[in-house]
Design a protein around this ligand. Structure first.
Ligand SMILES: Nc1nc2c(ncn2[C@@H]2O[C@H](COP(=O)(O)OP(=O)(O)OP(=O)(O)O)[C@@H](O)[C@H]2O)c(=O)[nH]1
Ligand SMILES: [Mg+2]
Length: 242
């Protein structure tokens, strides 16, 4: 493995599928919150609503914005892995991930970056003091909280928010966790990356965030994604035993 640069810019990876109404204000807002050398990489899976074209316009306007176009929707996991690879092939020292629908407020980006000075993986967490969820009804809250508690129990972890997708990885973590063998596509992807990082001995810190409902557009969350997470979590545990 090539030696890692001791320093380099942060890269923010934004997965998009039909986020035409969110992407431009989100990118502008993130650019304003990130340090001047940061890069943003939009990973679009050929969104039918033209999100990919909006991303291309943003890349023309801002030198700091790049776009990775993928041919078809394959889920969050494969999109993130492809984006992480581009950031690692470049000069990223830190790789941030967040949803592209304003559920994750770009105002928290500096908080995640600050915490990365004392951790290898920072998680923007709904389930630590000061964190929370606004807008959600009882059913969605229960699924999310229950999902994190279930994964924590099965995997024997102390992390409170295992399914959230607002995270900052130090380059060394992504280099160590063997991205090529990750098969999770939905929420399970978030659980799997954190589990692998902890098993590899990296230090994880949670910082509080308040999660809001998406600003516009429709959710891609569904029963299949929840079922995948429920089934994959015990498989992760079994895989680690072997
Ligand atoms: N590139 C890519 N992005 C995806 C895919 N599925 C979801 N996303 C993006 O991943 C982020 C999270 O997906 P959401 O649909 O918001 O799912 P969610 O946040 O679990 O559900 P809501 O809370 O209802 O919004 C959003 O930015 C989506 O556009 C995919 O298959 N490919
Ligand atoms: Mg969302």
């Amino acid at each position: 493995m090539a030696p890692s640069p001791a320093s380099g810019p942060p890269w923010l990876v934004l997965p998009t599928y039909n986020e035409a109404g969110n992407l431009e204000p989100l990118v502008e807002s993130a650019l304003a919150k990130l340090p001047p050398d940061a890069r943003i990489l939009v990973v679009d899976d050929n969104s039918p609503d033209g999100t990919g074209r909006i991303a291309d316009h943003l890349a023309q306007r801002h030198e700091r914005v790049r776009v990775l176009h993928r041919p078809r929707k394959e889920g969050l996991g494969p999109a993130y892995i492809a984006g992480f690879r581009v950031a690692l092939e470049s000069d990223a020292a830190l790789v941030l991930e967040m949803d592209s629908d304003f559920s994750h407020d770009p105002a928290y980006l500096p908080r995640l970056l600050d915490a990365a000075a004392r951790a290898d993986l920072v998680i923007g967490s709904r389930y630590v003091d000061g964190g929370g969820v606004s807008d959600w009804g009882a059913a969605r809250r229960t699924i999310s909280r229950g999902g994190s508690a279930y994964a924590r129990l099965v995997l024997g972890l102390e992390v409170r928010d295992l399914t959230g997708g607002f995270k900052c990885f130090r380059r060394e973590v992504l280099e160590a966790i063997d991205l090529g063998t990750i098969q999770s596509r939905g929420y399970a992807f978030q659980v799997e990356t954190t589990y692998r990082a902890i098993r590899a001995g990296f230090r994880v810190v949670e910082v509080p965030i308040v999660f809001r409902d998406r600003r516009v557009g429709t959710s891609k969350m569904g029963g299949a994604i929840v079922a995948e997470a429920a089934l994959r979590v015990p498989l992760l545990r079994l895989g680690a035993r072997r």
